[in-house]
Design a protein around this ligand. Structure first.
Ligand SMILES: [Zn+2]
Ligand SMILES: [Zn+2]
Length: 143
């Protein structure tokens, strides 16, 4: 398959993936709304081993609404958020879909944390919705 590529706004961080995302979800958790300027963050979930990253990212650690310790990685030059990863699931890399070179083809499989969404939001009834965390993607044995 053709590689999936992307990067930050200033171009200092680039990545490529040699596998398709396992799933893509729009996350309305309160934390994602900070990163996504008030909207949901659109998160493409990749097997971590499929993604190669070049350039330096800064890592901001925080506890998510799910209770997981999360690493949120962003470009220190332009401030764009590119990746996040739950400490308990290092085999999964979440890529912020807005950083994909070809973001037009993104298809959202689920809306999650809809209970935290602002009142103006239209939630597409054709997309599966979860008031809080959805189950982790079907992948990888052990933890
Ligand atoms: Zn940048
Ligand atoms: Zn979120």
């Amino acid at each position: 398959m053709e590689k999936i590529t992307g990067g930050c706004l200033c171009g200092s961080v680039r990545y490529e993936a040699n596998a398709k995302p396992l799933m893509t979800r729009a996350c309305w958790c309160r934390v994602c709304q900070y990163f996504a300027s008030g909207n949901a963050a659109v998160n493409a979930v990749f097997p971590a081993e499929a993604v190669t990253i070049s350039g330096d990212v800064k890592d901001f650690e925080s506890i998510a609404d799910s209770g997981n310790l999360m690493h949120r990685k962003f470009c220190p030059t332009c401030g764009v958020h590119l990746f996040s990863m739950a400490e308990v699931r290092p085999h999964i890399l979440i890529v912020r879909a807005g950083t994909l070179d070809n973001q037009k083809d993104v298809k959202i499989d689920a809306l999650i944390w809809t209970s935290s969404a602002p009142n103006w939001v239209y939630l597409d009834p054709n997309i599966p919705q979860f008031e809080k965390q959805a189950p982790p993607p079907p992948l990888a044995p052990t933890n």
